[in-house]
Ligand binder design. Structure first.
Ligand code: TMP
Length: 263
């Protein structure tokens, strides 16, 4: 690993040059950050879980025709991906009010939105990734109108597919954030690919019956049990085998902030 050329290090992942031109290796760290890295921790096992969960979701989306950067998982923490030029926008899709939309519009957390809402944030840590609009995006040239249309259409399709996938395992997809990248394919065509990751770091996932949080809000809100919650998501997705000797999962994923030692 150390001999490879590091291209970029973000808060939760590192990118290295891949073995073939046009590829990168995406390494998932155990680091968790929130509030633009004002809050930080190392949560053992998070990177392994996110690598597996993101692989599962990217493969599933690929099978139903969503173009993604994912090529193959290399090992427990790394996946080979297509190199893209990241479009500097975080695309957020919300089905239920939670997080930043609540104080912004005076909404009660947990209220289903009248329809799925797509938001764009300008991806710029120094500015705290501000919410932005089509006007700003086009004026500042962060994406073209055609790219915005395509990202919006892909995001709505991804939302439909993921809502169905998670509903099947007793999880409500409350909201999620995705990123897209520009890529030139083998025919020389310019395409937009789903990039980055889709994992409980970048989604809000609530148990359908109990509304228990199975995502990074466990860390953001000091609820504890983040790794247990991600393990629960991975197990329900069929990625990890259920350990018959393990205690019932939902009692492990407790709301009691004192009951977990992983944060
Ligand atoms: P928000 O409610 O804090 O705006 O977050 C909306 C969704 O985006 C939620 O699923 C968490 C995800 N998200 C990220 O993946 N990265 C971020 O930096 C932020 C702020 C949110």
């Amino acid at each position: 690993m150390s001999r490879r050329e590091k291209i970029y290090e973000g808060k939760a992942k590192i990118l290295y040059k891949g073995s073939k031109p046009g590829t990168l290796v995406q390494y998932f760290k155990d680091d968790a950050t929130a509030f633009n890295a004002k809050k930080k921790a190392v949560l053992n096992g998070k990177g392994v879980l996110n690598n597996r969960i993101s692989e599962h979701i990217m493969l599933m989306l690929g099978k139903v025709g969503i173009p993604t950067h994912f090529i193959e998982r290399l090992n427990m923490r790394e996946q080979l991906i297509k190199e893209v030029e990241i479009i500097p926008l975080e695309v957020i899709c919300r089905n239920v009010a939670a997080g930043s939309i609540c104080p912004m519009y005076g909404l009660e957390e947990g209220k289903r939105l009248p329809r799925s809402i797509i938001e764009f944030c300008y991806k710029k840590d120094a500015l705290n990734d501000p919410l932005t609009t089509e006007e700003h995006i086009l004026a500042f040239g962060w994406a073209t109108s055609a790219e915005l249309d395509e990202m919006t259409a892909l995001t709505l399709r991804i939302n439909d597919i993921l809502c169905g996938m998670f509903a099947g395992i007793g999880i409500d997809l409350i909201d999620f954030k995705i990123e897209f990248g520009r890529h030139t394919d083998e025919n020389g065509d310019h395409v937009i690919l789903l990039a980055d990751e889709i994992s409980p770091d970048s989604c809000r996932l609530w148990d359908s019956q109990t509304a228990e949080k199975l995502d990074k809000d466990r860390f953001r809100r000091d609820l504890g049990g983040l790794v247990d919650a991600y393990t629960e998501v991975a197990t329900r997705l069929g990625i990890l085998k259920q350990n018959p000797k393990a205690p019932p999962k939902l009692s492990v994923v407790s709301n009691d902030p004192n009951s977990n030692k992983d944060e």
